[in-house]
Design a protein around this ligand. Structure first.
Ligand code: KIV
Length: 270
């Protein structure tokens, strides 16, 4: 079946993929042209990540990203997206209360083309997730390293190494699933913990720097193409090598995730 013949991806599709043991592929996208390339390569989820603040805007963190920016880039990506699920990040302080989250998630869906929204945080976000889910808004939770909290964390570090932190993350994951989250991203988490959380949840878990035991993988597109300025995370891999063009690199990423050759042991964080 060619990519264009494949059915549109929904959160239900992703749940079925988890149940069938099919790995889910996800890449960030910030504009219509790249969205089209990713979509045609069969990437299952396009994430309009607030990483755009760093990669498009040149900021040092994701903290300055605004709702207007997420709406603008969401709408652009939506124009290039035919098959993939379009997941859009809620930016810093756009979901500080459930009421604010409802208002801003609605905006991301109505104006920004989002089919699901992603928000960072553990059990403190459970009520917000519950209220979004109750109104038919698919939610992706985000645990592990939460870049919007970088100033509180003091840096971009692996999360959940200590036994009590690992236990708390597993409990957060269960709480968010029970609150109605449809998906979960785990960022910079030891592989063993990510595997345990993935096995404990019925919803799909997509890892970044979380080892091969998750239901799927996400990479920042610019890391996968080797064009991120400055320090590249250890868990990333440049697929724009061996004479490939951009389409070839994206296809290689999709293939590597589906066959389980990415992430390999050198991309794992202990
Ligand atoms: O903003 C982003 O790109 C993300 C990924 C790192 C998961 O949230």
């Amino acid at each position: 079946m060619s990519t264009v013949d494949r059915p549109t991806v929904t959160v239900e599709t992703l749940r079925r993929m988890k149940a069938a043991g099919e790995r889910i592929t996800c890449l960030t996208a910030y504009d219509a042209s790249f969205a089209r390339v990713l979509d045609e390569a069969g990437v299952d989820v396009l994430l309009v990540g607030d990483s755009l603040g760093m990669l498009i805007g040149g900021h040092a963190t994701t903290v300055p990203v605004t709702m207007d920016e997420m709406v603008y880039h969401g709408r652009a990506v939506a124009r290039g997206c035919r098959r993939a699920l379009l997941l859009v990040d809620m930016p810093f302080m756009s979901y500080a209360t459930p009421e604010q989250a409802l208002r801003n998630a609605a905006r991301l869906m109505q104006e920004g083309g989002a089919q699901a929204v992603k928000l960072e945080g553990g059990r403190t976000q459970a009520e917000t997730v519950r209220q979004l889910a109750a109104r038919g808004i698919p939610v992706c939770a985000h645990l592990g390293l939460q870049p919007q909290s970088v100033h509180k964390l003091g840096g971009y570090r692996v999360q959940g190494r200590a036994p009590e932190a690992a236990r708390a993350m597993l409990e957060d994951a269960r709480t968010l699933e029970a609150a109605g989250a449809d998906l979960m991203v785990l960022e910079c988490v030891p592989s063993a913990l990510a595997r345990e959380i993935t096995a404990a949840l019925a919803i799909p878990v997509i890892g970044i720097g979380a080892g091969p035991g998750c239901d799927g993988q996400v990479l920042v597109l610019y890391d996968a193409l080797g064009i991120t300025p400055g320090r590249v995370p250890r868990f990333a891999r440049n697929f724009l090598t061996d004479g490939r063009d951009v389409r070839g690199a994206v296809q290689a990423y999709v293939e590597a995730v589906r066959t389980g050759t990415f992430p390999s042991p050198e991309h794992e964080l202990a």
